[in-house]
Structures are given as C-alpha cells and as structure tokens.
Design a protein around this ligand. Structure first.
Ligand code: GLN
Length: 547
C-alpha cells in the first residue's frame, strides 16, 4: 500500500475542456518536486477504451507509450517530460480498465455472490487503483488528473471515489479545479459566472475545491479573484491566475507567482523540505525565450486535418523532442506541417521541400499518403536534405531505397498489401496470428527494447554508448531476407536487437548523405527538456550545417 500519510491532489476541470488541465497537473507536479517532494502524476481517462492504443490520432491526439508498453493519453508524455522521469503503468487509469477488472472478478465469483454494483464495487476498484499508483514508486504526493469536465456522466464515478477518499482522510486529500474565464469580445470584460457555476456543480457532488486555477487570455485581477472567493467559499489567495503564455514550460514558474506550492503544502499540512530547486528547468526556459538562430523543419505526415483545422496534436512528442534539441542549442525550430497526400496528387511540388533545413517523417499506419511520403524521401535523399524517419518513416525510407537504389522495383511494406511479392518490410509470425484473430488492442511490439549500436555510425556517435533502450510501437519489421541486399546497396543497419534479428536503426554513411537516419522505435518518447534526445540533437546539428 501507499506510504502512510500519502497525499492525494485531484485535479478536476470546470467550464470546458481543452484549457490545459494536463499541463496544469504536470506543472503542479513540477513545483512540488522542486520543493523536494517525490511526486507521482496520474491520468484518469473516463472512456471505455481499455487503453489509448485503438483511438484515431486525428480525433484524440498522440498515443504515448510508456516504458512498460502501455499505450496512454498524450498527457502522460507531458507528465514524464515535466517530472523528467519514467512513469509506471499504474499511473494511467481508464474506465475500460476499471470495468473490465470488476466484470472479470464477477465472472470469477470473487464477490461472494453479492450483487455487483457501481457503488461500492466500481468505486472501490477506482480507489484501489489510485492507492496502487501511489504505492509503486515510493512517492509522497499523487497529483491525479480526472479527465473531462465536471458535469460529464463519464467521470462522475471517479469524482465520487475521490470524495470518499477525502471523507475518510480529510487532511490527505485536496481538490483543485481548473476552469476557464472567458473575455467575450463584445463585452470586453473577464466573466467569472461560468466558473462559479462549475464550482457549484462540483459542490453538488459533495466536493469543495480548495484551489481554483483560472485559465484565461489575461491575468485574473484582484476584483475577480475576490468574486470567485466570495461566491464559492474559496480563499482569495487560493484563486490562481493562469493566463495564456508562449510556452507550456513557463507554466510552473507562472503558478509559483501565485504561490501554488505554498498553498498546497500548507493545506495538506506538509512541512517545508530542503528544496530541489528549478535552476536547470529555468535555464532551459530562458533558452526557449532567447534563441540565437532559427531552423525550418518540415514534418510530412497525414494526421493533420480535422475539418478546416490543422491539428498537430497527433505528433506532440515529436514536436517537443525537436524543441528540446533545438532550444538547448540556441535555435528556434519553425515547424511546417506538410500533408503527404498533397505530394501524391501533385497539389504540392517536391521542389517546395528545398526551403527546409530538414525533414521528418513521423510514425503512421495504413496505406493513405504513403506513396507521397516515399516520393518525399527520394527527393530529400537525392538532394541531401537532412532526414529523420521515425518508425513508419524508417520503414518507408527502406522501401524507397530498395526500389530506387537496390533495384528491387516492386519493393513495398506488407502493411499495404499482404500478398505483395517484395515485402522489404514484413511481419513477425506471432503478429500474423494476432491480425488474423482481429486481436488488435495492446498487441503491437510495445514499450522498451534494447538495441546494440555499431561502432563508427551516426547513431553510436550520437548516443556515445553501445547499448540503448528505446520505446516501440509497431507491428511490421525490416524483412531479414532483404537485409544483406540493402547493405550491399549502401544502407547501414547501425542499431540491431540483441539477437541480431530485428533492425532498429538504419542510416546512410556521411560520405553518401549529410544526415539520413531512421529508427524503428520512437525516440521522441524519451526526449525531455532536461535531457534532449541525442538523435534529435544530431538531426538539428545537421540542419544547422545545411544552412
Ligand atoms: N505502421 C507501421 C507498423 O505498424 C509503423 C508504426 C508506427 O509508425 N508507429 O509497423
């Protein structure tokens, strides 16, 4: 069980979604960590999906893969990046996990013939999961973000579980509401009423928030803080102003201006500890605000458009990884989102790629847009533009090279046609069976696997070590039958699995191309502000050289 006196902070959204509850949660974690506490960050997703692996990235954003292999919400990525450490899979909770566990137990007669109900059985399974998450990594404080907004049907059971925890241990549990204060353009004034109503709605669940974090375009003034305080029984200095800012990495310091950590520690009756401080974090943030140069990077993918909007959420870890490696080198990255389909239809000309200092083809699935990506890769290979291929981006670089350099004209990936003659990217036997049985959820090659790096390669020189561990999420693999032929044509497999069967990194020698590298894994999942990823860093260096 969790350490005695473990503290729980529940973060609940009010008014509307999409106002940065995840970043707020990560930032609360960060400032408590800076105060010397061992912090645990937990995300609750109230949907019935068991994990985030089966969801469409255009709708839901990126699937973030934990070290253990659990496929989670992109907020978990922010949590790891802010805390600068790996989080265990117990820190991700969905309704799907909760209900399937309860139903499994019922089928196994583990409820001793009782009628199995939402209360107490589902509620208690939620509490059990919160306590488990608190216990696995020796932490002292758990900050638990409950997804959705107060008033949703789906998250009510989680709020109820939190309420019961507070009723039992009033000194150990605290609620924070993250709300939104609109400034309607015709009115021209910040309005607090939606926030008041959201807090009252939470009150109707029997929960009183101790702290209210008010997101808005502007700083919340004393008068409005006073209004929320008076109407909703909150101390005025417990209303924290969270105005729009340039970088999410500014948020922890911004919160501290309103003394968030001081209030939390006092309310939870926690003693002041020797501070861990935020010097390194602040040094990074200063670099974000003072770049000396800029680079232009194109990301060629397909999960961009929803209606008339371009959505880059599907690649959030890639974007952040680029930022960490750029800003730490004093560089601001300008990212352009190019839809690979446009290169297929000819809507976009390949020559348009010339103006970029580097190109990334990130992960992806299925047939759509892949011929466009292959065209793009051919062009940047021939024109010596730095290239970083992530997962599908590596597989397609191999298809392109096989077709256009190794002379395997019909080369393709099995993913597009399982009967194709020349599958340079194929599938492992166990995966064939899974696909055949429609056993899709959580069955890819997932999570951390080791790879050995060949001496004298870009990869080995970047990592500066022989053995690395990176996170995966894929079904398909480089077909071992073609490895020799590709090597003879000039490709270097610089990272391989310990049994030498799986190709994990491919690159072209510097004599052939200034920087052309693809990874079967997703290096972006381990890139952090305070430890940028070496492969992204090498890529950015190459883009600077091209300038
Ligand atoms: N679709 C490819 C596979 O399943 C690549 C996956 C990815 O890019 N994450 O192997």
């Amino acid at each position: 069980m969790a350490k005695k006196g473990h503290k729980y902070i529940f973060v609940i959204g009010g008014v509307m979604s999409g106002v940065g509850k995840g970043v707020a949660t990560a930032s609360i974690g960060k400032v408590l960590q800076a105060n010397g506490y061992k912090v645990n960050l937990v995300k609750v997703d109230p949907y019935l999906n068991v994990d985030a692996g089966t969801m469409n990235p255009t709708e839901h954003g990126e699937t973030f893969v934990l070290r253990s292999g659990l496929e989670t919400d992109q907020d978990m990525g922010n949590y790891e990046r802010f805390l600068n450490r790996d989080l265990p899979e117990e820190n991700y909770v969905t309704s799907g996990m909760v209900y399937s566990e309860v139903i499994k137990r019922e089928r196994n007669l583990e409820y001793d013939g009782e009628c199995v109900e939402a209360i107490p059985h589902v509620r208690d399974e939620i509490i059990r999961r919160f306590q488990k998450a608190a216990s696995v990594n020796g932490s002292e404080i758990s900050v638990i973000e409950i997804g959705g907004t107060v008033g949703d049907f789906q998250n009510a059971m989680f709020i109820e579980a939190a309420r019961v925890m507070r009723a039992k241990h009033p000194d150990n549990v605290l609620f924070i509401m993250v709300t939104y204060l609109p400034i309607p353009s015709k009115v021209g004034e910040m309005k607090t009423k939606p926030t008041q109503n959201a807090i009252r709605q939470l009150n109707a669940y029997g929960v009183q928030p101790t702290i209210v974090i008010g997101r808005s375009e502007e700083v919340i003034d004393a008068r409005r803080k006073g209004k929320i305080a008076e109407q909703c029984n909150i101390k005025p200095d417990h209303v924290i102003s969270a105005p729009d800012i340039e970088s999410i990495y500014d948020v922890p310091m911004n919160f501290e201006r309103d003394n968030v950590s001081g209030v939390v520690l006092k309310e939870l009756k926690l003693k002041k500890k020797k501070k861990a401080g935020m010097q390194k974090w602040n040094a990074f943030v200063r670099k974000v605000h003072n770049p000396k140069r800029e680079v232009n990077i194109a990301v060629v993918g397909k999960y961009f458009d929803t209606g008339d909007f371009v959505l880059s959420d599907a690649y959030i870890s890639v974007i952040e990884a680029v930022k960490f490696s750029s800003y730490t080198q004093g560089v601001k990255p300008n990212l352009a989102w190019l839809n690979s389909k446009d290169f297929e239809t000819g809507k976009k000309k390949l020559a348009a790629l010339k103006k970029y200092d580097g190109v990334i083809v990130p992960g992806g699935f299925g047939k759509t847009g892949i011929e466009g990506k292959i065209k793009v890769i051919k062009y940047i290979r021939e024109n010596k533009i730095p290239y970083l291929g992530l997962c599908y981006g590596m597989q397609l670089a191999i298809v392109e090279y096989a077709r256009n350099v190794a002379g395997i004209k019909k080369a393709t990936t099995r993913e597009t046609d399982e009967n194709a003659e020349r599958q340079v990217i194929s599938i492992m036997e166990d995966q064939k069976e899974k696909l055949h049985n429609k056993d899709y959820g959580g069955t890819m090659r997932l999570g951390a696997y080791p790879a050995y790096l060949k001496r004298g390669t870009i990869a080995r020189n970047a990592y500066k070590k022989e053995l690395v561990e990176e996170r995966h999420r894929h079904r398909y693999e480089v077909n071992p039958e073609y490895v020799k032929r590709l090597e003879e044509a000039g490709m270097v497999f610089s990272g391989v699995s310990p049994d030498k069967k799986l190709m994990e990194i491919v690159e072209l020698p510097k004599s052939k191309h200034p920087f052309f590298l693809g990874t079967q894994f997703h290096p972006e999942f381990q890139a952090r502000p305070l430890s940028p990823h070496p492969l992204f860093t090498e890529f950015i260096k190459a883009t600077l050289k091209r300038q």
